[in-house]
Design a protein around this ligand. Structure first.
Ligand SMILES: NC(=O)c1ccc[n+]([C@@H]2O[C@H](COP(=O)([O-])OP(=O)(O)OC[C@H]3O[C@@H](n4cnc5c(N)ncnc54)[C@H](O)[C@@H]3O)[C@@H](O)[C@H]2O)c1
Length: 477
């Protein structure tokens, strides 16, 4: 089904002859690899650069370093057609692309600001080797003003070589969602591009227009703006989404106290078109590589200008507290000291359809349970390997805690002899388990549902003690 729809899109979007462009993608991570693969799928000639030899080797051996639905087929198809190549050769990468996308990581620095060292390193490399006009595209999520830093880094390298070559830095933030990244890239809601109004900026604008033309055939999806507004738009979008989640989480905790059902409330407010249904799910906190760091980075930018973003401070504080909510509920039920207790966790990735464990709520819950003395069996459909890697880092100074984690072979295996099940990620595979088997395997039928997958009344009828988020009213009836 997915494939059929995709091929339709391909027929519609494919480029021929001189419409094809030479593109370099710097940073072959979630965003870079998806961007590169999708632009190759349209017919462009794409060079993907990374400093991580391991990633490049995996890709050159026909593998894929991340889990992202549909991506493997696209990469394989375009490699076979000679439209995409993977390399660590910086000089060749700069020579290749008329358009150079910077898609490296921008992790949080110690003070919460975005760490721009990888972006600046990429910019310097461009300056070191470029000899003709380049459009340099900031695709990474970067604070307002970063394009100026990128320009300065390139200009300094050109000056050091006494080379005169023109370039223009464009902001083109990425809005894809991990788990649906290919679909999001190929069928974007909107494309945001910020260019400056210099002659080089105008040249860059026309190249970006040509590159994105296939996406605008049906209707115009591009919002053209100045560079700073484009940089800001990405942070504003993530901050808004994080705010909705924290808002609902805060109300869910109140609902637990006042005897209201947050799911009923969600329907009741989401039906108002001014509010809408998206991103109103209460749960055990947001994670991932974007919301936590982008909210922090926007706050940090404000502080640089002497401003405090009070709403975003609260969004972050509420989220930090919400990541502890499952642990608290478990300790309320079983006592603060969990020695001798054993729990099962379903779902480790920060959200379904990805193996990304960055800032995942599961890490907080696991730490709380282990530190309170419990042993834990964990299961996730795709992130087991990544989870092992991450937990070894999280507990590097506490090998006894690491030894208390069992990696289960499947969801039911995780339940064996557990005092309760905690659900942290809303994978489809967890939505309709065989509840008789769940009951039979658990030591006692207790479920802590961090994503409100189940109906409390149904669970009670099944004889399962159920703890959702903001749903106590139904469980206690
Ligand atoms: N992951 C998402 O869902 C998502 C969505 C939208 C925007 N973003 C933003 O896009 C950017 C990239 O995110 P990601 O999740 O793809 O990161 P990632 O960590 O998965 O990938 C970054 C890659 O860049 C490589 N790299 C670092 N320095 C390099 C250099 N100088 N030259 C070449 N390669 C280099 C790293 O080895 C890594 O493979 C971030 O700013 C992020 O905030 C991410």
């Amino acid at each position: 089904m997915w494939m059929t729809r995709y091929l339709d899109a391909q027929n519609d979007l494919f480029l021929y002859g001189d419409q094809k462009m030479k593109i370099t993608i710097i940073g072959t991570g979630y965003v870079g690899l998806v961007t590169g693969a999708c632009l190759a799928e349209l017919g462009n000639d794409v060079f993907c650069l990374d400093v991580d030899q391991r990633k490049i080797d995996i890709l050159n051996n026909g593998g894929i370093p991340i889990h992202e639905p549909g991506l493997e087929e696209i990469v394989a198809r375009n490699r076979a057609a000679g439209r995409i190549q993977f390399s660590t050769d910086v000089e060749a990468s700069v020579k290749h692309g008329d358009v150079q996308f910077i898609a490296v990581g921008t992790p949080p620095d110690e003070d919460g600001s975005a760490d721009l060292q990888y972006v600046v390193a990429a910019a310097k490399n461009i300056g070191k080797y470029m000899t003709n006009f380049k459009v340099v595209v900031d695709k990474s999520t970067v604070p307002v003003g970063t394009a100026d830093r990128v320009s300065a880094a390139i200009a300094a390298e050109l000056a050091a070589r006494s080379v005169t070559a023109e370039f223009s830095v464009v902001s083109n933030p990425e809005f894809l969602k991990e788990g649906a990244a290919v679909e999001d890239f190929m069928r974007p809601d909107r494309i945001v591009i910020g260019c400056d109004q210099t002659p080089q900026g105008e040249k860059a604008r026309s190249q970006m227009k040509k590159l994105y033309a296939p996406f605008n055939r049906n209707h115009e999806r591009t919002y053209w703006m100045d560079v700073r507004s484009a940089e800001f738009t990405k942070y504003a979008a993530n901050a808004m989404l994080a705010t909705r989640i924290s808002f609902m989480n805060e109300l869910a905790n109140l609902a637990d106290h006042v005897g209201a059902d947050i799911e009923a409330v969600r329907h009741g407010i989401g039906s108002d078109p001014r509010i809408g249904h998206s991103f109103l799910y209460a749960g055990c906190g947001y994670g991932g590589s974007c919301f936590p760091k982008d909210v922090q980075a926007l706050e940090r930018t404000a502080q640089d200008y002497g401003l405090n973003l009070l709403i975003l401070q609260a969004v972050e504080a509420v989220n930090a507290r919400q990541k502890q909510v499952l642990g608290k509920k478990i300790q309320q039920r079983f006592g603060e000291n969990l020695s001798g207790r054993h729990f099962a966790i379903w779902g480790l990735a920060f959200k379904p359809n990805t193996d990304d464990m960055r800032a995942a709520s599961s890490r907080v819950l696991l730490g709380e349970l282990l530190r309170a003395g419990a042993t834990v069996a964990v299961y996730d459909p795709v992130s087991m390997q990544e989870a092992k890697r991450v937990f070894e880092l999280d507990f590097y100074d506490a090998p006894e805690l690491l030894a208390s984690i069992r990696y289960a072979a499947n969801p039911m295996d995780a339940l064996l002899e557990a005092d309760a099940l905690a659900i942290v990620t809303e994978w489809k595979a967890f939505r309709s388990p065989d509840f008789d088997e769940v009951k039979a395997r658990l030591k006692q039928p207790v479920v802590f549902d961090g994503r409100n997958l189940f109906e409390p009344t149904v669970m009670t009828e099944l004889g399962i003690e159920y703890h959702g988020i903001g749903r106590s009213v139904l469980t206690n009836k």
